[in-house]
Write a protein that binds this ligand. Sequence first.
Ligand SMILES: [Zn+2]
Length: 473
Amino acid sequence: LALCASLSYAVNAPSARLKGVDFKDGVVRIQLTDATTWRTTSWRSANRFIVDISATDAGTRVSTLPVDASRIKAVRWTQFKPDTARVVLDLTDRFAPVVLSSPPTDLIEIRVASPARPAATVKVVAPASAERPTPSPDDSEKPVNPGPPPPVPDPATDDAATPAPGPGLSDQIEDIVVERGDDNRPQRIVVKTGRATAVTPEWRETHLVLNLPDLEPGTERIAPVNDELCLRAYSARESGHAALVIDFTRRVEYTIGPTDDGNGFVVNLDLQAPEPIVEAPPNLKALAGKVVVLDAGHGGRDTGTRGPYVIEKEVALDVVLRLQRVLTSNGAHVILTRHDDTLIPLQRRPAIAMEAHADAFVSIHCNYAPSNYRGVEIWHRRDTAESRRLAVALYQTYKAATGFYGRGVKPESRAPMGGLAVLKHNTVPCALVELGFVNNPVEGKALAQPEWRRKAVEALAGGIARFLEGRIQ
Ligand SMILES: [Zn+2]
């Protein structure tokens, strides 16, 4: 690992794995090892519903789960593209299942039958040797596909073949109703469409766009909400299909499910103010007498990642020097792998920690991605609980202090390019902090500010203290 570029988001490196697919109580459940995003496509003319899961490894062969239920015959999945797993639902007739989950998540649930209807229960788990099996020569000859490509849906033919809508049925949004709770805050947004509707949600800034690929845009409808968090919901025209857009003032928790009568869908909102975390602040006294090795990533000719606002090697060194001051003033003995703009060999960095029998080793880096990724991400050595606890402690305090989006705490074995050298061979409790994305406008600007760095460093010191206190499970 010479550059943090290898930590950055290589589009072609799947980071999640398809763990298994099962069908129960009318719901297809696709389980993944990590949260990721996906998109769905309804090929109604072919009675198929497609789920393309990004950054996911589905294994080398085509797998099939036969289903004996009223509206679905089988679920098939395979590696569709190097970075995309494809799951195909073979349906018995032309209808669009309802997606119950919203990305990113590690469990995709799709309802194909009403819950009241008795349905067969089948469970299939992916082969145990799911650790990236080497493709056999047969497999590598040509890309596997879940059957022949279904015909491209022709809207005209599709519509012509659709049974004539009965009274009250239509192919567009009929109504948007906002239901409020006892506190008068919006709880549910009920969208009536006349039938079960496929929903593909995505966030655009703070606007939740629910793509409705099976519906015509139709007449514009607006439901004013006027809550401090949720302003309004309205129908919109996306490329060739309808969408429901909900304007929030910040991103909120939500779930999507079918209406009780199956004639539309419901967006359940959780707009309660979050409960304050009742937890004692980290006790910095826990740092006294402890040996902490701080590793500023990169250095010298290795600049690490570069954004329009900051250069990784500079942020890393400044944060480490600031963190050294805070830890030292609380009685810790701090050792730095580099004090200035020089390049220290990768294998030397963990060696410094091991020679010192350090109580903790923390490596500081910044992330970069080709698109609009964001958030904090902390890696730990895979096989030691202590390293994971250190990472969790840093994640909790740093994420809370910065308000950055959380990408999670991850074992280094899952990092691209064969893992992270400073963790892999390190035997002391060790974690690698990706402070944020240098090219993200919000995070990059924050990383450049001295005041922000002061706050971030306090949080990191608190995380190390909390780990040393032994309070993290
Ligand atoms: Zn780096």
